[in-house]
Design a protein around this ligand. Structure first.
Ligand code: FE2
Length: 376
């Protein structure tokens, strides 16, 4: 049963031991960062921001940082086979390695989380250059994903020490993508509650919403999900685990092909989903399609909305309503050959939930894709 807590976003900052200002960047480890960067510029409208690699004194990797409004995406590939990045890519294919969180004190964030059982993967350190200093530290989360805590209040450079500004003559128009709304983790059987506990105890998050397999099931496959939010609501991490169904859960398909736990999707906010999705589609981004019958009784289900129905139907944009308003959303197909990570485009009009009313139509669309891959 869905349960919506009434006071998720009101925790008192004096009791928040891990205050977060938002998502700082997301780093993907990929097979070919140079080509991936071109894809994210061309298809999603990201802009070149910063670069680190052999030309800047980094010998083992190349990293490209892209920006669009408050969104920062880092794409990193290994330069040699004997690299942890190469090992990671061999096992998982392209995927999220770091979800970096913007803090005011990276040393304290490390102390607070590791003293509560968080496992350190980077001791606090200070990097400096002529633009000032960035302080950072990191702990592990599900799978091989890390949370880097990054403090940049004394830094005025383009990204961080070690990176140079990446000036490019190729600058496709942005598509209206604004910031990370939420990042979803897929974890193994019976692992959702341990990771919920991790976010509660180690990071001070709260469980604001829960879905069980009665909410999230179709005739065939099922999953369970709990949404974790930090104190001010700027950072939200839904955690999914597979559930038993007649056929294979979409989360299980992910775990099989990612060969472990990892980030399932990154939801990106826009203020004009019709415009954003129209541009993304024109640039070749592929989205999941629900049947056009979804729109026949849409307004009966969600009540009045400000948008015209015709473009929503044309583009396949989904709508859902909760007590506080409504939201519009749409999901891309996986952006790798493995059926693993994908993106969500979301426009919130008051709603703070995640589109439960769309789960059935959406999961049936995912199952049709699973069926085509022979994985249902
Ligand atoms: Fe989502």
């Amino acid at each position: 049963m869905e349960t919506l807590e009434k006071s998720p976003l009101t925790s008192n900052s004096t009791t928040d031991f891990l205050p977060l200002n938002g998502t700082d960047y997301v780093e993907l480890w990929v097979g070919n960062a140079k080509q991936a960067a071109h894809f994210y510029k061309t298809a999603f409208g990201f802009q070149s921001l910063a670069y680190a690699g052999p030309e800047t004194g980094v010998k083992d990797r190349a990293s490209y940082v892209l920006v669009q409004n408050k969104l920062r995406l880092m794409l990193t590939s290994p330069l040699h086979s004997d690299s942890p990045i190469a090992e990671h890519h061999k096992k998982h294919g392209d995927g999220v390695k770091v979800i970096a969180l913007w803090v005011d004190d990276a040393y304290d964030a490390h102390k607070q989380t590791t003293s509560r059982g968080g496992v350190s993967c980077m001791e606090p350190k200070t990097l400096s250059d002529k633009h000032g200093e960035v302080r950072m530290s990191a702990i592990r989360t599900y799978g091989e994903v890390e949370h880097v805590f990054i403090e940049r209040k004394n830094y005025s450079g383009v990204f961080m020490p070690g990176f140079v500004e990446w000036k490019s003559d190729y600058n496709p128009e942005p598509t209206g993508l604004l910031y990370v709304d939420h990042c979803v983790g897929n974890v193994g059987w019976n692992q959702m509650n341990p990771w919920v506990k991790f976010y509660e105890e180690v990071m001070g998050f709260k469980n604001i919403l829960s879905f069980d397999d009665n909410d999230i099931s179709t005739e065939y496959s099922a999953l369970m999900s709990k949404v974790m939010s930090n104190g001010n609501g700027f950072v939200k991490f839904p955690i999914n685990e597979p559930a038993e169904g007649k056929k294979k859960s979409q989360v299980e398909e992910y775990l099989d092909f990612y060969e472990g736990e990892g980030t399932q999707h990154i939801a990106i906010a826009t203020n004009d989903i019709v415009s954003t999705v129209r541009q993304l589609m024109a640039r070749g981004v592929e989205f999941l399609k629900v049947p056009s019958t979804y729109y026949d009784d849409l307004l009966d289900r969600v009540g009045p909305i400000e948008e015209d129905l015709a473009p929503l139907r044309e583009l396949g944009i989904l709508v859902d309503r909760d007590d506080e308003g409504y939201l519009l959303q749409l999901f891309t197909k996986p952006v790798e050959d493995r059926p693993t990570m994908f993106y969500e485009i979301i426009q919130r009009k008051g709603a703070k939930s995640f589109g439960k009313g769309n789960f059935k139509a959406l999961f049936e669309a995912i199952e049709r894709e699973q069926e085509l891959r022979g994985n249902l």
